[in-house]
Design a protein around this ligand. Structure first.
Ligand SMILES: Nc1nc2c(ncn2[C@@H]2O[C@H](COP(=O)(O)OP(=O)(O)O)[C@@H](O)[C@H]2O)c(=O)[nH]1
Ligand SMILES: [Mg+2]
Ligand SMILES: [Zn+2]
Length: 311
């Protein structure tokens, strides 16, 4: 009886999966037939065991429990998401960014902010940096250094020192500079950059796939991976209505020191008197844009609850 091998799915195209085995080898195989029967689909990022079918071919035999999973792009066990916010062209939409950050926090994914295109609008880059630093996020800035690359050695060092055993990915609006960053950090990958028209862009994205690249080749050390996620814009993340409005305050990390300190125990932190969060917004220790995003998301989730009850 051949031994069972453990590994990580690094690529999946048309039902054929590439698995980076713990032994260092790579194997290409399909999933056990019973998965389809049970409606289970292996995701890139899954930790799996590889066994053998009756004909002696390797097959994915078991998928280990996921820490989290995203639907678009299909990706499991993401640890860190770099949220790329461009200072200009396009000017980052902070509401969309905060929604993405909230979903990441809810799924145990650490959001890290990267401000791009500061060279096009220094003031806005500074404003975004202050906003997110105040909330306790790690914030990086990347600046264009020649026609096709950005200066990102601080991000590279951070990845090497802190994320070499984790799975990380970039997310951000189309045109924010994700591919440029990916290329500048890891030139060996040769990711396609540049703006694509909406129409062509969509067509192209559907034909490309998520792929994990091993940190051992990208930064020379570690068991982790960096995900290339073509078309990973803010809106393609998990469905927002997956969580409840009661879970929302915990996804705004700068609220944490205020939770439990409001006058009303059931305070929603939207308009109540004696609300510790509102007080912090007033004295500017919580950025106004973050609280505006909170209220916006709260209202969306509130409507969802009403709708659920009507059903
Ligand atoms: N001025 C400036 N342009 C940038 C910067 N980063 C990326 N770009 C340009 O913005 C465009 C879109 O970048 P790309 O990496 O393809 O964005 P993506 O859609 O997020 O992958 C390209 O023309 C890049 O050269 C930056 O920091 N400053
Ligand atoms: Mg791109
Ligand atoms: Zn409150």
């Amino acid at each position: 009886m051949p031994e069972i091998l453990m590994g990580r799915i690094v690529k999946g195209v048309g039902g054929l999966y590439d698995i980076a085995l713990d032994s260092g080898d790579t194997v290409s195989c399909r999933a056990k037939g019973s998965f389809r029967h049970d409606d289970v689909k292996p995701y890139v990022g899954d930790i799996v065991s590889v066994g053998y079918d009756d004909a002696g071919n390797p097959v994915i035999a078991e998928i280990k429990e996921r820490k989290n999973s995203l639907i678009r792009p299909p990706l499991a066990n993401l640890d860190v998401i770099f949220v790329v916010l461009s200072a200009k062209n396009p000017t980052a939409d902070l509401l969309t960014a905060d929604k993405l950050i909230a979903i990441a926090e809810h799924n145990g994914i650490e959001p890290i902010i990267v401000i791009s295109k500061g060279d096009l609008d220094t003031d806005n880059a500074e404003k975004i940096r202050k906003t997110y630093e105040k909330c306790g996020f790690t914030v990086f800035e990347s600046a264009m250094c020649d026609e096709n690359s950005v200066k990102c050695d601080r991000i590279y060092d951070f990845i090497k020192e802190n994320l070499s055993d984790k799975i990380s990915a970039f997310a951000g609006a189309s045109g924010a500079g994700k591919s440029t960053l990916m290329n500048s950090l890891f030139p060996s990958l040769g990711i396609a950059t540049g703006e694509v028209s909406q129409k062509i862009g969509r067509g192209r994205h559907t034909t490309r796939h998520v792929e994990l690249f091993p940190m051992s080749t990208l930064v020379g050390t570690g068991s982790g991976f960096f995900a290339d996620t073509p078309g990973f814009t803010m809106l393609d993340f998990v469905r927002f209505d997956f969580f409840d409005k009661e879970d929302l305050p915990a996804t705004f990390r700068e609220f944490s020191e205020h939770i439990g300190k409001c006058k009303y125990t059931k305070c929603t932190h939207t308009r109540e008197e004696g609300c510790s969060v509102l007080e912090a917004v007033k004295n500017k220790s919580i950025p106004k844009s973050r609280h505006e995003s909170y209220i916006d998301l709260f209202n969306v989730l509130k409507e969802k609850h009403k709708w659920d009850k009507k059903q």
